[in-house]
Design a protein around this ligand. Structure first.
Ligand SMILES: [Zn+2]
Length: 280
């Protein structure tokens, strides 16, 4: 089961009441680590590449095609998703490259403009069998600011999903992007109200700021796709830092990237077990 439609992975998880880990790929080692962790846990996973990462590399294709190649060689179902695209052109490019889904993020726009821009993207993507995630009620922290106060309104969420025909909805329920501590206080009753209001899977962004117990409770309350980026980057960088401090003369990057990749794979496997409810 190599590269698998995101729809297939998310639909069966939502039906089973379990979570799906969606982990961000910044460089090749991330993609290798995430697939290796998913294979160890025998769980599906979503590999996702953000517009910011495409900008960092100067283009989407090199990191996107490498990630797709790694996904195709996986022994467990793996999807490749474009994360936080604000550019419709980048969405078109991702679809052309073979990504299985996209997140179009027009949440900074006023409601009416968010609906209109998202509608255009869903029309384009659904004509090509591509799954679309959108965001309503901007999740804070995209520019480094911790803004956990924003909340998505369930009635507006219902209207938004009906108007745009999106396949999944990212909602603001108390988490915030790029948190280095895992102490965000989620609004669990709101998650349940949102789950009851919309028929599509809900997506938790900023999950790096949520502890293990909070993630498990968020899934019980109704979350399905759990986006984790910063938490794995902390693991990656801390492992490389420890190696470099102990071996200050090292020159070959494989010497410190290798252990960092291994540490991320181990943490991905642990998280997938947690999200699936198969470990404490
Ligand atoms: Zn996000």
């Amino acid at each position: 089961m190599p590269l698998t439609p995101t729809d297939e992975i998310l639909r069966s998880a939502a039906q089973g009441g379990v979570g799906v880990g969606a982990f961000n790929v910044v460089q090749l080692e991330h993609a290798e680590a995430i697939v290796s962790g998913a294979e160890a846990a025998r769980r599906p996973a979503v590999l996702q590449i953000s517009e910011n990462t495409a900008r960092y590399h100067g283009a989407l294709a090199p990191i996107g095609l490498a990630t797709l190649a790694i996904a195709r060689a996986s022994s467990v179902p793996v999807a490749v998703h474009l994360d936080h695209a604000e550019s419709a052109d980048l969405v078109h490019e991702a679809v052309g490259l073979g990504f299985t889904s996209v997140m179009f993020d027009a949440s900074r726009l006023p409601y009416g403009k968010n609906v209109a821009a998202t509608q255009d993207v869903t029309l384009y993507c659904h004509a090509r069998n591509i799954w679309v995630e959108a965001e309503l009620g901007e999740v804070g922290g995209k520019d480094g600011a911790h803004a956990p106060g924003v909340r998505t309104d369930p009635d507006q969420a219902r209207d938004f999903v009906a108007a745009t025909a999106v396949d999944a909805l990212a909602v603001a329920v108390g988490s915030s992007h790029a948190m280095l501590t895992r102490d965000a206080a989620l609004d669990f009753p709101l998650i349940t109200r949102l789950r009851d209001a919309v028929s599509v899977p809900l997506v938790l962004h900023g999950s790096s700021g949520v502890g293990d117990a909070g993630l498990a409770q968020a899934i019980q309350a109704g979350m399905t796709k759990i986006n984790i980026s910063t938490h794995l980057n902390k693991t990656f960088t801390q492992t490389a830092r420890t190696y470099l401090e102990a071996n200050p003369d090292v020159a070959d990057p494989r010497r410190y990237l290798g252990p960092a990749r291994e540490a991320v794979a181990t943490e991905v496997a642990r998280l997938l077990g947690l999200l699936h409810g198969t470990c404490a």
